[in-house]
Design a protein around this ligand. Structure first.
Ligand SMILES: Cc1ncc(C[n+]2csc(CCOP(=O)(O)OP(=O)(O)O)c2C)c(N)n1
Length: 331
């Protein structure tokens, strides 16, 4: 009986993971199609192929936990619970967007669910996460901060500064290195000395582990262990997740420099297909999984249509929510 209950619980969790990953992919595919059609301004950095990272980590977070993200942040925001209508409106530059249509893809924030912001500055989210964790400590909260960044970010100063500060003060941060093996158009190995994120974290006393970031179940399990340690007050942890960016760096990059064989092998490790195979193996009906996909596609199409029909921001609000460098104030 107990075993049946446990199996039931695990199945719900697997389906939740699947639903989140499918929603992320549907959001990005819908946005990319609109971008290709010339309906959306600005570049998009899609995380297609990396969905297990966002879904697996955020499944272990509470609503009052915080996250910070990077330039490839749609998945992080969706997995943390950000409203997709506001996200889509933000991508289309419309008034109803999470940032009033003035931030775009790389600056989506939704404080109502603890999403403190995507960030176009590589490694820019790291000190923000550490500061947020220090703030939570001062408030006496047991909420934690998950800080998502790419492998490129570990070669910037804020990575060392942030981990150092968090380790020194045993701050509640789960650092998540989403390692897709490239930084824009450069192989990470060509610009990274030494063995990488785990070794660098361990060198300053931050316990770290590495798992297959395309295995949603493994990500969920590792994130659960590390988030629990962080919440207990054991200090920061680093989770290194090996994944693969199936598309180019931005919406206009075909990434034609990558060998076809490499991309084909990565497609065979697609995290959504892998979880689907596992669910089918557990006896879940294909029709039930197809219904999740259809639901996600309908949700994202509706968000796109609503955004396209929404008004542009009022020009009179151009300076609200913006720091004016001359006046040094937020209007
Ligand atoms: C401080 C800074 N330097 C350079 C850039 C230009 N840039 C944008 S994305 C990117 C690559 C980042 O790689 P990574 O952090 O691994 O994330 P990925 O794009 O692979 O998801 C670079 C160099 C930037 N945005 N900020």
């Amino acid at each position: 009986m107990a075993e049946t209950a446990l199996a039931g619980h695990n199945m719900c969790r697997l389906i939740e993971l699947y639903r989140t990953m499918v929603r992320i992919r549907a959001f990005e595919e819908t946005a990319l199609a609109a971008h290709r059609a010339g309906l959306m301004p600005g570049p998009l950095h899609a995380s297609i192929g990396q969905e297990a990272v966002a879904a697996g980590v955020c499944l272990n977070l509470r609503r009052d936990d915080r996250i910070t993200s990077n330039h490839r942040g749609h998945g992080h925001a969706i997995a943390k619970g950000a409203g997709v209508a506001g996200m889509m409106a933000e991508l289309f530059g419309r008034a109803g967007g999470h940032c009033g249509g003035k931030g775009g893809s790389m600056h989506i924030a939704d404080f109502s669910v603890g999403m403190l912001g995507a960030n176009g500055v590589v490694a820019g989210g790291i000190p923000i996460a550490v500061g947020a964790a220090q703030g939570l400590r001062l408030l006496g909260s047991d909420a934690i901060v998950a800080c998502f960044f790419g492998d490129g970010a570990i070669n910037r100063g804020p990575f060392l500064e942030g981990l150092n500060w968090a380790a020194l003060y045993r701050l509640p941060v789960l650092f998540v290195c989403e390692d897709n093996g490239v930084a824009a158009f450069t192989r990470a190995g060509e610009v990274t000395a030494g063995p990488g994120a785990v070794a660098r974290a361990q060198a300053i006393g931050v316990a770290a582990e590495s798992v297959d970031g395309n295995d949603a179940v493994a990500v969920d399990a590792a994130a659960g262990r590390l988030a629990a340690a962080v919440r207990r007050g054991d200090g920061p942890r680093l989770l290194h997740l090996r994944t693969y960016r199936l598309l180019g760096h931005t919406s206009t990059d075909q990434a034609a420099w990558r060998p076809e064989q490499e991309v084909a092998e990565a497609r065979a490790r697609d995290p959504i297909a892998r979880l689907r195979a596992r669910l089918l193996g557990e006896g879940v009906a294909a029709a039930a999984l197809d219904a999740i996909i259809a639901g996600a596609e309908a949700e994202m199409s509706a968000a796109r249509d609503a955004a396209l029909a929404a008004p542009w921001p009022d020009p009179a609000t151009a300076w609200t929510d913006v720091l004016d460098a001359d006046r040094q104030e937020v209007a």
